[in-house]
Design a protein around this ligand. Structure first.
Ligand SMILES: [Cu+2]
Length: 235
């Protein structure tokens, strides 16, 4: 834009200089004062008219240039603002969709049921996150039992021990904190799981780690489960 107006100004100046030099050469050569005076004033008038015309057309082309330079920029800005608004709307819509079920789970008092499945000699999932009042239902129990481990549930929580192969055995978790449980026949092959109730960082995590050292059979598998929990919590 600035360069364009400079160019136009230069053109105007060049035009003016050319006009002046054309003007002076014939007047110097003339000797008749009257005719010379008349013709000079006529020429001056003519040149000034031409100059003002040139200035007018120059200013017109400056505004045309300005318009042509600015219009696409404005158009582009308009388009990107529209695109941004659209993108923002979809982000808000996504956020609403994502938040809706979670907020109802956290705020709403409806207890949820969580399924933990015995798969070969593992619990799936290895870590379950629940809220106080939720129920835990064990399925795929053929050849397995489920038992909370001594000293590895929150203080005041009720211990459990199902029968072997008790399909659909259900536990209601009321106390917040981490619960470590096992399958008695398969603890040594890693059939240990953890349920975290309430806050995702269980308050009794240090107790769980300390008591894992006292587990005689399958202690390494209990420590492994705690390591996996910590990994999920990015601790
Ligand atoms: Cu088992």
């Amino acid at each position: 834009m600035k360069q364009n107006s400079k160019l136009v100004l230069l053109l105007v100046l060049t035009y003016m200089l050319t006009a002046c030099s054309n003007d002076s050469s014939p007047s110097n050569g003339q000797t008749n004062g009257q005719t010379n005076g008349q013709s000079i004033s006529e020429k001056v008038e003519q040149k000034s008219t031409e100059l003002s015309e040139a200035v007018t057309s120059a200013s017109e082309s400056v505004s045309e240039l300005a318009e042509s330079a600015v219009t696409p920029v404005i158009e582009q800005a308009k388009t990107s603002v529209e695109e941004m608004a659209e993108a923002a709307t979809s982000v808000v819509a996504d956020a609403n969709q994502e938040m809706a079920p979670e907020s109802s789970a956290t705020v709403g008092s409806e207890p949820k049921e969580h399924i933990i499945k015995g798969v070969i000699t593992q619990w799936q999932p290895l870590v379950t996150f629940a809220q106080p009042g939720d129920t835990i239902r064990f399925t795929g129990m053929t050849g397995h039992d489920t038992a909370s481990m001594e000293g590895m549930i929150p203080a005041g929580a009720t211990a459990w021990h199902s029968k072997l192969g008790q399909e659909g055995f259900t536990v209601t978790v009321d106390k917040e904190g981490g619960y470590v449980y096992k399958c008695t026949p398969h603890i040594t092959t890693g059939m240990v799981g953890i349920i975290v109730v309430g806050d995702k960082n269980p308050a009794n995590l240090a107790d769980l780690e300390a008591n894992a050292g006292n587990v005689k059979v399958g202690g390494n598998m209990v420590k492994r489960a705690i390591r996996k929990l910590k990994k999920q919590l990015a601790l």
